[in-house]
Design a protein around this ligand. Structure first.
Ligand code: A5A
Ligand code: MG
Ligand code: ZN
Length: 465
């Protein structure tokens, strides 16, 4: 892709996903087509979350006292907080923070809710907007100052082991979500200097944009008992002792939607995975002067059959040229198009066109249309997944010479290097290469690429958004 940034900007506008002309930096408007994509993704995420979490909704504002309680946490966010200082003309005695994330909104309430071990575990999530005064270059969906689709989970457990397990469950849920969206990801154990402020450790999901820069699309944190101690959350254990519980939190944002659009889209527009396409099949009746009614009624008949089996179908019977309809189908990324004209009817067939490959195939109208179209949708899903995973896999390159890292990564790759595990050495690698360490992938041996001491981990290094 020549210029990914420009392409991304254009597609949001042309496919009517977002209007980024809103007159405040870092904030955009969701347009109907974009909102539908958002809705289908959220629906899938909620389906996964609801299996083992309860949905809640906390207030937008956090008192300064609560926000300031956890020292490391507030330090991590202090430059990014939006403050509400006035009610009308009256200045507040205590200013109020607009949540940059909700630990300090939720945990004072956890302190009230948690009494006994029988109250645990608690697993809640909410989808809200949060605000972060980002100073890096903002881009719609990718780095915004108002995150409009922040799905954050917060859990609380009796033991540290349970928190460790919950982190694994959070990772498993996000894997299922990304798999259903055909978004490839690498999971990294974040370096200690870049973990979530207040967490014991952080796992991040990273994906690769077409310009070779990685995007962090989700994080899962083990908070240990740090916040429990700060917010005085205690429970009475079975033995009658009062103890601090252990917590985790994990979150996703608009970036999931950004990566879905960016990874599957092409020069012609969006390419939506069938699972979240609000229209999965569009039927285009090719109507000339004669025989129009018959074609249209057949198109509607096919639509009814498909809808009955759960497909999301549309008959594009607008009074415009077929070429314009094809163009809209391409731009909007509808997985399948069915062309149906009088000739086709005579021959008892229809033509099926795939958005991902543009392959055209004829299909007899006497066949089992439902199972044929189902198999098309699975093929599309599989193809999108394979293409996207191949892209990221071919761009992971092992490097053993520090001097070569920067060039190889700036050519659009993710570098895999060996590291000793020492913070100072890791930060030095970042400085020398001008890149970011994404985190550990797994343990290894050999020598550290920088200090030449014994290596402990294979880590990824990349140019990040
Ligand atoms: N409470 C925890 C879950 C939390 O806030 N974690 S986090 O700070 O890592 O944010 C969760 C995810 O939100 C990140 O992994 C990233 O994908 C996304 N995110 C963070 N800042 C963002 C921004 N300014 N614009 C868009 N997405 C952002
Ligand atoms: Mg850094
Ligand atoms: Zn080293």
């Amino acid at each position: 892709m020549e210029d990914f940034s420009q392409w991304f900007h254009n597609i949001l506008e042309e496919a009517e996903i977002m209007d980024s002309r809103y007159p405040i930096k870092g904030m955009s408007v969701w347009l109907p087509k974009g909102f539908k994509i958002r809705k289908h993704i959220l629906r899938e995420l909620e389906r996964l979350m609801d299996k083992d979490h309860d949905e809640v909704l906390f207030p937008l504002l956090i008192s300064e006292t609560e926000l300031a309680k956890e020292g490391i946490h507030v330090k991590g966010f202090e430059e990014e907080v939006y403050w509400v200082t006035h009610g009308g003309n009256k200045e507040f005695n205590e200013k109020l923070a607009i949540r940059p994330t909700s630990e300090t909104a939720i945990y004072p309430m956890f302190a009230l809710w948690v009494r006994s071990h029988i109250d645990l575990p608690i697993k809640v999530y909410q989808t809200v907007n949060t605000m972060r005064y980002e100073t890096k270059h903002t881009r719609p969906l990718i780095r915004v100052r108002e995150i409009t689709t922040f799905t954050e989970s917060h859990t609380i457990h009796e033991t540290y082991d349970e928190a460790i397990e919950q982190v694994k469950e959070g990772i498993a849920i996000y894997k299922q979500l990304f798999d259903s969206l055909a978004i490839p990801y690498l999971i990294h154990d974040r370096p200690s200097w870049d973990k979530f402020p207040g967490a014991d450790y952080t796992f991040a999901f990273d994906t690769l944009m077409k310009d070779g820069k990685t995007l962090q699309i989700g994080t899962v944190h083990n908070l240990g008992d740090t916040f429990a101690k700060t917010f005085d959350i205690t429970y009475e254990a079975a033995d009658g002792n009062h103890k601090y519980p252990y917590q985790t939190c994990y979150g996703l944002s608009d970036r999931v939607i950004a990566s879905l659009i960016a990874i599957h889209g092409d020069e012609k527009g969006l390419v939506l995975p069938p699972s979240i396409a609000s229209t999965q099949v569009t039927i285009i009746p090719i109507i000339f002067k004669d025989g129009g009614e018959e074609v249209l009624s057949k198109a509607n008949e096919i639509k009814d059959i498909l809808e009955e089996s759960g497909f999301r179908v549309n008959v594009d019977n607008r009074n415009i040229r077929p070429g314009k309809k094809y163009y809209a189908w391409e731009l909007n990324g509808i997985p399948l198009r069915i062309d149906l004209g009088p000739r086709d009817l005579e021959n008892n067939k229809m033509v099926i066109i795939r958005r991902d490959t543009f392959t055209k195939e004829e299909c007899s109208l006497s066949e089992d249309i439902v199972s044929i179209l189902n198999s098309y949708l699975s093929k599309i899903n599989l193809n999108l997944k394979e293409k996207a995973w191949n892209f990221i896999k071919t761009r992971m390159i092992e490097i053993d010479d520090l001097d070569k890292i920067e060039k190889i990564v700036l050519d659009g790759n993710i570098g895999l290097i060996k590291w000793c595990g020492e913070d100072d050495c890791g930060k030095e690698i970042e400085e020398k290469t001008n890149l970011d360490i994404l985190g550990k992938r797994h343990e290894t041996n050999g020598v550290c690429i920088n200090c030449k001491k014994e290596a402990k981990y294979l880590i990824s290094i990349a140019k990040t958004y």
